[in-house]
Design a protein around this ligand. Sequence first.
Ligand code: CP
Length: 293
Amino acid sequence: MRSLLNIFDLTKDEIFQIFDLAEYYVKHGIKNSLNKLVFSLFFEPSTRTEASFCVAAKKLGCITDKINIQNLSTKKGEDIKDLILTFNQMKPDLMIIRHFESGILQVLKNYCDCGIVNAGDGINQHPTQSLIDAFTLLCVKEDIKDLEVLICGDVINSRVAHSDIQIFKMLGCNVKVFCHPTVTQDEMLPGVKLCNNFEEAICNCDAVIMLRMQKERHKTRLICQEEYKNLFCLDQKKLKFAKDSIVIMHPGPVNRGIEICPDVLEQKNCLVLKQVMYGVYIRAAVISFLLDS
Ligand code: CP
């Protein structure tokens, strides 16, 4: 059974297959045609990802079980590998897992027969969020190739940023990053431009993706909330340097006034809630794609 742990688990053609399916669902609704068992295990808090996977799976006709992590026997010392082996015996078709440890899903994949979808692992990857972000941009801009995309904020600690950089590069965008001042160009993926000046970075951009300050993951490059706000918070003053046609995105949850100002969140070109809406269609397309593969 196929898994989606990393955006590189998909080819460019497969990404567009998922987009085509999501577009079909947007136009015609999600077809209730699957009779599969999907487990959802979230070891970290989530609003959007957990709920949208659950809605998507139910609309597809899957039997879904949202496992209550608070009541699991891992609290009694059970190893997570044994937990996955145990759930595997209930013959699920797919497990959707979020975990605080980067890379753990590569290990857990060896303990089950079904596919795993990475719903976010530590600072590593969040592939379905990056599919949502690229699909949202495609929906408003019609073509994605050669678009200038700026990713702004806590890039080093953001799994969304890591997956977004990969998908936007794969789809032919020019990706720029504006982040913590101590980050160097050597830490960027090849072809990703590190910018030192926000005004210069944003001036030719078609999209800016703002990121949440990942306080819970800060081990190095400490930055206080006030400093984050001064450096990154998207306000009208910063937007003066952008093109009128720019779109503003954020994977959520947004800390209002720290990452994006409340008035900017209400602008028409701010797509934060559209990203949530498309999340259900993309996640339905991912489930369907993986179960058909
Ligand atoms: N974007 C995202 O992963 O949001 P949640 O943490 O609410 O799932």
